[in-house]
Design a protein around this ligand. Structure first.
Ligand SMILES: Cc1ncc(COP(=O)(O)O)c(C=O)c1O
Length: 353
């Protein structure tokens, strides 16, 4: 039966009584209240601009103050997922290569392969990028994809490493794709945003604003030829991004920074609960420094994920989906009492196997 565990899709969006899902990375906190205020007066049902509503692109400029961003540098997309796909297709041709650090977000390799692009892997140690390995492998690649804080490791890259990658890529004429969907969820330090004319930034309203199902994200590039290519592709694929969700995103961006900070503290408390709980069970894991995932080593991961689900109503994800076959991933996007109940069930499972 464990062969059913072919991809996370079997768990995404699933609802079941008594289920504790450490599965999908969907924040349980409510989206900003203001996003609903527009609904009673909302009347627009027409197609929108492929690039995205001007007002939203203008509002996003404040996220890129250090780069003197222009509204024309953005493309509003169906979540970060579409932004990543459009970026791959805008900068690569078939047989090009992109360097990704492992463990990686599970969608990167399938999406690259679907676009006939070859993933080249650089293994991290303790979740940290090894710059020597990047220096060797980047030559054969068109771009390097950075995800810090990382899904699934919860680790952030050192600022020194990020600056080295920024410079290396610039010197060699390589593109950096920076997937920053967890930029507001860092526990250890301020976020360091990779920047420059060779950087394409990916972001989303899914995590910071708990708007996963509304499907709003964007890409940002100083290189307007990349923006143009992305718009050209989107014109013939998904067309405009949902216009109502874009209006909601404009409201979401009005959220005071203090509210985002309050959320971050709640995430940190949850991080502490799950990290200590799994350590107390004797599991070997890294302390998350950002995002909301833990990635412990486990014996028989396939059997564990399957039996936790079938016999204990607990969803976890297989590490092999993220390029790390001896681990499982748990998202702690849950209230603390649910995290504690899930930990009790995992303890029960471990003690009885
Ligand atoms: C690293 C990373 N990038 C992109 C995404 C996709 O996000 P979105 O919901 O905005 O498509 C996720 C979702 O979990 C993610 O973890």
């Amino acid at each position: 039966m464990t062969d059913k565990l072919s991809s996370p899709s079997m768990f995404i969006g699933i609802k079941q009584e008594n289920l504790i899902s450490f599965g999908s990375g969907q924040p349980d906190m409510p989206p900003p209240k203001g996003i609903y205020d527009i609904l009673p007066k909302y009347t627009n049902f027409a197609y929108g601009l492929i690039q995205g509503e001007e007002k939203l692109r203008n509002s996003l400029r404040s996220e890129f103050l250090n780069q003197d961003a222009d509204k024309d540098n953005f493309v509003i997309t169906n979540g970060a997922s579409e932004a990543i796909d459009l970026t791959f297709r805008s900068i690569c041709k078939p047989k090009d290569k992109i360097l990704i650090h492992a463990p990686y977000y599970y969608s990167y390799p399938p999406l690259l392969k679907a676009n006939h692009i070859e993933p080249v892997i650089t293994e991290t140690i303790g979740g940290r990028i090894q710059i020597d390995d990047v220096e060797q492998k980047i030559h054969e690649c068109k771009a390097i994809l950075i995800n810090s804080p990382s899904n699934p490791t919860g680790r952030i890259q050192e600022i020194k490493t990020l600056k080295e990658i920024e410079k290396l890529a610039k010197d060699l004429g390589k593109v950096i794709i920076s997937d920053e969907v967890y930029k507001d969820l860092i526990y250890e330090r301020e976020n360091y945003m990779l920047s420059g004319d060779h950087v394409i930034t990916i972001n989303s309203f899914s995590k910071t604003f708990s708007m996963c199902g509304f499907r709003i994200g964007y890409l940002y590039s100083n290189d307007k030829s990349i923006v143009k290519r992305a718009i050209d592709i989107k014109t013939h694929s998904s067309m405009n991004t949902n216009i109502l969700a874009q209006q909601m995103a404009i409201e979401a961006l009005k959220t005071p920074k203090s509210v985002i900070e309050e959320q971050r503290v709640r995430w940190e408390n949850r991080r502490d609960t799950i990290y200590k709980g799994l350590q107390d069970l004797g599991l070997d894991l890294w302390k998350p420094e950002g995002a909301f995932y833990v990635f412990p080593k486990i014996k028989n991961p396939r059997k564990t994920v399957w039996e936790l689900y079938k016999n204990h109503d607990v969803i976890t994800y297989l590490g092999e989906w993220f390029g790390s076959p001896n681990r499982i991933r748990l998202s702690y996007a849950l209230e603390t009492d649910k995290i504690e109940e899930g930990l009790r069930r995992i303890k029960n499972y471990i003690n009885n196997t």
